[in-house]
Design a protein. Structure first.
Length: 195
């Protein structure tokens, strides 16, 4: 019986080797061709390379983005505000609030520019003509026409901005130079113009 068992595997091996040796793998050998174009190993390798290329692309994109930093484009700090005769005496002009956050106030003897930024948390107050005051809608701070605070949480008066008249007669406001009332700067040259 043992001899019969030995002969059976030997016969099977000899029959397989004879068919594979001739180039015909129709038997049950290991060299049988796959019916699929790509094997499992090829797909996993391809996905691995695809992830490496994706990560490399992300690094390159980050480096390119680093070369072009984010820049906040703000309006110019200096702007022309027209001629003094365009402003009515005794009024607060609100035409520059939206674009420049500035009010221009004309009194009988002088003009000055007031920053439209609340000294509490930086909100934009509104001019209430009927009440003759600036009122901050965020937290209720109130300011007189001159910019001095009298109600609410604002710790100090509104800031005045540098104002000047150029040689052609136009008013120029420089928002980078501020005059603070608590420091006694409202009477310094540049904080107002004489008209």
């Amino acid at each position: 019986m043992q001899e019969a068992r030995r002969k059976v595997p030997e016969q099977a091996e000899s029959s397989k080797s004879s068919k594979c040796g001739d180039g015909d793998c129709s038997g049950g050998c290991a060299k049988k061709s796959s019916p699929h174009l790509w094997g499992r190993r090829d797909i996993v390798t391809g996905l691995g390379w695809l992830s490496v290329l994706g990560a490399s692309g992300g690094v390159v994109a980050g480096l390119v983005r680093f070369m072009f930093p984010k820049v906040l484009f703000e309006p110019a700090q200096v702007f022309r505000a027209g001629f003094p005769h365009e402003y009515a005496i005794g009024t607060v002009d609100t035409r520059w609030v939206r674009d420049q956050r500035v009010w221009i106030i004309r009194e009988p003897a002088k003009m000055y520019a007031v920053s439209a930024i609340c000294t509490h948390l930086g909100c934009t107050p509104v001019w209430l003509t009927n009440e003759d005051k600036f009122k901050c809608p965020c937290h209720g701070s109130g300011f007189y026409k001159t910019g001095i605070n009298y109600e609410g949480p604002a710790p100090r008066a509104l800031e005045r901005l540098k104002i000047d008249v150029e040689s052609d007669g136009q008013i120029v406001v420089d928002k980078s130079k501020k005059f603070i009332q608590e420091k006694g700067e409202w009477n310094l040259p540049g904080s107002y113009i004489v008209v």
